[in-house]
Design a protein around this ligand. Structure first.
Ligand code: NAI
Length: 254
C-alpha cells in the first residue's frame, strides 16, 4: 500500500510542519526526496536521506531550478507536493496591501509555478502514469474564513488551479489534487499567537474535538502521490477532523 519505491519527489515548504512530516512519509515509502524551502531544510533533508535546495516559491525560475535538481539527481520527476504557504490574520478592510500581495505571491503564484514546471517535467516521463501533483489548499479553500480573507482567496485559487490542471493534463497521465487540512499543529498555528485556550476553542470547531497532526495530512498526501489513488484527480480532499461537515453542536447532550 502507498508505495513510492524509487520515485523522485519534490516538496516545497518541506523544512517544517506538514511538508516535513510528508517528507518523512515519502522517504519511508521509498521515495527519493528533494526539499525546497525559503528557510534552511538541511536537517529534514538529511533525516530523510534527501537533498535540500533553498527556494523561494515566489520566483518561477527558482521553482524550475528545484524541479530541475530532482531531474538531475534522480533522472525524472514523479511526485510534486506544492506545500509552501504563509498566512496573516485580520479583518479584510484592515489588511495591508503589501501583505496581501506577498501572500498571493507565495500561496497562489508559488503553486502556479510548481504546477507549470512540474507538468513540463512530468511530460518527459513515459507510460500511462506520468506523475502526481498535490498542492496544500486548506479548509479555507472550501469555505469562508473570517479574519483570513487573503489566505482564503489564495486557497480557493489553489483548488481552482488543481481542477483545471487535472482537466488539461489527465489524458497525459498526470493527476493533480489538493489537500484541505483543518487546523494542524505546526509552527504556522503558533505564528498567529494561538494560546492554549485559543487552541482549545479552535479544537471544538472540529467534529473530532481536536486539531490535527502534520502526520495525518502526510498520510493523505502519500496516498495521493502513490498509484493506490490512480483514479483520483481534480479533487480537493479535506483532512479536517470534520471541520467542514457543519457547525459542531454546542448544546449539551447533543
Ligand atoms: P509551516 O510554517 O510549518 O510550514 C510552511 C513552510 O513553508 C515553512 O517551512 C516556510 O519556510 C515555507 N515557506 C514560506 N514561504 C516560502 C517561500 N516564499 N518559498 C519557499 N518556502 C516558503 O506551516 P504548515 O502548517 O506546515 O503549512 C504548510 C501548508 O499547509 C501551507 O500551505 C499552509 O497554508 C497549509 N495549511 C496549514 C494549516 C495549519 O493549520 N497548520 C491548515 C491548512 C493549510
Amino acid at each position: 500500500m502507498n508505495s513510492l519505491e524509487g520515485k523522485s519527489a519534490v516538496i516545497t515548504g518541506g523544512a517544517s510542519g506538514i511538508g516535513a512530516a510528508t517528507a518523512r512519509a515519502f522517504a519511508k515509502a521509498g521515495a527519493k526526496v528533494v526539499i525546497g524551502d525559503f528557510q534552511d531544510g538541511t536537517a529534514v533533508a538529511s533525516e530523510v536521506g534527501g537533498v535540500f535546495q533553498k527556494t523561494d516559491v515566489r520566483q518561477s525560475d527558482q521553482v524550475k531550478s528545484l524541479i530541475d535538481r530532482a531531474v538531475s539527481e534522480h533522472g525524472r520527476l514523479d511526485v510534486l507536493f506544492n506545500n509552501a504557504g504563509i498566512e496573516f490574520h485580520g479583518p479584510m478592510a484592515a489588511a495591508d496591501d503589501e501583505d496581501h500581495r506577498n501572500l498571493i505571491d507565495v500561496n497562489l503564484n508559488g503553486v502556479f509555478y510548481g504546477i507549470k514546471h512540474g507538468i513540463l517535467a512530468m511530460m518527459n516521463n513515459t507510460g500511462p502514469e506520468r506523475g502526481s501533483i498535490i498542492s496544500t489548499a486548506s479548509v479555507a479553500g472550501l469555505v469562508g474564513a473570517p479574519g483570513l480573507g487573503s489566505y482564503d482567496a489564495s486557497k480557493h485559487a489553489v483548488v481552482g488551479l488543481t481542477k483545471t490542471a487535472a482537466l488539461e493534463y489527465g489524458t497525459f497521465g498526470i493527476r493533480v489534487n489538493a489537500v484541505c487540512p483543518g487546523v494542524i499543529r505546526t509552527p504556522m498555528v503558533g505564528d498567529f499567537g494561538a494560546s492554549p485556550e485559543m487552541l482549545e476553542e479552535i479544537a471544538k470547531s472540529h467534529a473530532l474535538g481536536r486539531i490535527g497532526e502534520p502526520e495525518e495530512v502526510g498520510k493523505l498526501v502519500l496516498f495521493l502521490a502513490s498509484e493506490d489513488s490512480s483514479f483520483i484527480t481534480g479533487q480537493a480532499i479535506a483532512v479536517d477532523g470534520g471541520f467542514t461537515s457543519g457547525p459542531v453542536p454546542r448544546i449539551p447532550g447533543m
